[in-house]
Design a protein around this ligand. Structure first.
Ligand SMILES: [Zn+2]
Length: 239
C-alpha cells in the first residue's frame, strides 16, 4: 500500500543503500504513527512501515533519503540516512506499553528485508537497530525484537560463540578498553559513552540480560564471547 511522505531529500553524494535500519514506531496507534511520518512539521519519515498484521506501507521511494536515523554513527558513516533503508515497525514502544512483536509482523519484516538484501547486496552485519547507530538517544526496536529469529532466516548477523570466543572473551572482560575497541571494530560509535554502547549491544545481541533483570550496562563472560564471535564473523563473512 502506498501512502506518501514529503519528508525526504536526495541521498547525498549519490549514495546507494548499504544498510537496513529497523525502528519501532513508539506511538499509541498505527494511524498516529503514519500521520506523524507524513506530517511535514515532524521532519521524520521512513521508507516503510510494517503493521502488526504484517501489512506493508510504503512512504518514501527507496532511491530517496528518508529521515529516520537522525544523529547517528556506524563504522565510518555518520549520514546513515543517505546509506540506508529505514523501516518502522508498529509497536507502542517503551513509552506506551512495549510488547512482543506478532509473528505475522515478523514474517512481513523478514520478507521485506530479504528483498532489500538481495536487491542492494546488503551485508548481514549491516542490518541494524536504531539503538545500534544512536546508542545515546535510542532504544528501538528494543530487547523484545527477535533478532536471532531473523538471522535464522538470513536477515542480519547473529553471534554463535565458539570455544575460542570464550577464550578470547577473558581478555575483553579483564580490560574495558579492549571490550570498547571490539565494539568499535564491530561498528559502534567510539565517541558514545561505554555504558550506552554496551546497553545497545546487549539490547540487540544479548536480550536475555534484560529478561533476567540484570544491569544491561555491565559486561559479563557471555556478552564478551558474543562480541568476540561477532567481530570474528564480520571479518570472515561474505554476505
Ligand atoms: Zn527509531
Amino acid at each position: 500500500m502506498k501512502h506518501g511522505s514529503t519528508n525526504f531529500d536526495d541521498r547525498h553524494h549519490g549514495a546507494k543503500p548499504s544498510m537496513i535500519i529497523l525502528h519501532y514506531t513508539g506511538m499509541q496507534s498505527t494511524k498516529a504513527a503514519i500521520d506523524r511520518l507524513c506530517d511535514p512539521a515532524s521532519k521524520v519519515s521512513a521508507h516503510y512501515v510494517v503493521e502488526e498484521n504484517g501489512r506493508l506501507v510504503s512512504l518514501v521511494d527507496e532511491d530517496k533519503r528518508a529521515w529516520h536515523a537522525g544523529a547517528s554513527h556506524w563504522e565510518n558513516i555518520v549520514d546513515v540516512n543517505s546509506h540506508s533503508i529505514g523501516i518502522e515497525i508498529v509497536n507502542p514502544g517503551h513509552e506506551f506499553g512495549y510488547k512482543e512483536f506478532p509473528e505475522k509482523q515478523i514474517d512481513g519484516i523478514i520478507e521485506l528485508c530479504l528483498g532489500l538484501i538481495q536487491k542492494y547486496k546488503i551485508k548481514s552485519y549491516h542490518v541494524l537497530g536504531h539503538s545500534d547507530i544512536a546508542p545515546r538517544r535510542k532504544e528501538d526496536p528494543g530487547e523484545l525484537f527477535p533478532w536471532e529469529k531473523l538471522a535464522e532466516e538470513f536477515v542480519g548477523l547473529w553471534a554463535t560463540s565458539r570455544e575460542m570466543d570464550f577464550e578470547a572473551a577473558k581478555n575483553l572482560l579483564n580490560d574495558k578498553k579492549i571490550f570498547q575497541e571490539n565494539l568499535t571494530a564491530f561498528g559502534y560509535d567510539p565517541k558514545a559513552p561505554f555504558e550506552s554502547v554496551l546497553t545497545a549491544f546487549h539490547r540487540h545481541f544479548y536480550p536475555e540480560k534484560f529478561k533476567k533483570g540484570e544491569d544491561p550496562a555491565k559486561m559479563d563472560l557471555l556478552s564478551a564471547a558474543r562480541l568476540q564471535a561477532l567481530v570474528r564473523l564480520k571479518n570472515t563473512v561474505k554476505t
